[in-house]
Design a protein around this ligand. Sequence first.
Ligand code: G6P
Length: 363
Amino acid sequence: EDATRGGYAHFMLKEIHEQPRALKDTYYGILHDVAVGEAVKLMHDADKIYVTAAGTSFHASYYFSLLMSILGKRLVIPFIASEYESYYLTASDKDLLVVVSQSGETMDALKALRAFRNRGAGVVAVSNVVDSAIPRESNIAVYTRAGPEIGVAATKTFTTQTLVLSWLAIAYAEASGSLSKSEADMLRGWLGRSGEVVGKIIARLEPVAKRLAEWFRSVGNAYYLSRSIGVPVAMEGALKLKEIAYIHAEAYPAGESKHGPIALVEEGFPVIFTIPNREDLEKLLLGNIQEMKARGAVIIGVASENTGLSDQLDYHFRIPDTHWILTPITHTPPQQLLAYYTAVSKGYDPDKPRNLAKTVTVE
Ligand code: G6P
């Protein structure tokens, strides 16, 4: 096992570090993949589009639905796979279900897929495992090329899923006329550079995450807040901390935090803000940061190195200035590292979290 960990203490750490390569491979894979065009055509022809998944893959799915709305001006209905019974009866043979599953074997996602197929709906799979059950039972499969992921907590499969799903949303938006070719090319260019950007982020922020973990090991709760396309990233950050460091963490759209969650905030309560590189969102988040600070919260910001909010942040994970479309790819790795180093400093094995399985093949 030591050899396959390639000198890293855990598979999770190795897989976090593999993200630059995984993103490059995934990018070049979809660049030449005819399935992408076929998937976009199915999206076009569909009456309604749904997207479903479990766990981390659901966060990527939720991001996809937001991008389709923002870039493609198209409503995509996201739902958690195990909740499919509340949705499938609204589907018909004119509709499309996108199923996202790194393993391609998650039973909840497979059940949702079969329920939609029985209604006649088309299915597009996004998976990391060629010819696994979900791609096999789909009309079209588009693959991430993250390579095998051993650590139970998903890392490189999440960032590569968001790359593929961003690509699909951009292609859809271009084909439907809501993005010009030059705008679409510009966004694809950012996706193409994402591997390189992530390499810099990991090199720069790993020591920062390690230091912060020395405090995080003693915290009992944390909030993860953001807005818009940052919300699924906050959800993923909170899930990582829960899964491997066993710290109670909740993610909310920041605007919602005043409707309940803020009641818990007192001196020293950690709040991690995912701050996408978009001026409108920074402006909105400033108010939320101030509300939290006024109650004594400690503010950790994952934000551009040039953000106007830096003087508001007690800790700042400095992200290079990139396009907001990369938010899940740029802003997630520091949060993976924070969860990883917190787990390690508490003496837990992040590769084998208690009560969790890498792939859940039962309902
Ligand atoms: C399990 C894993 C999670 C994963 C989820 C969905 O619960 O512990 O890390 O996100 O399954 O897995 P999938 O293979 O469908 O993406």
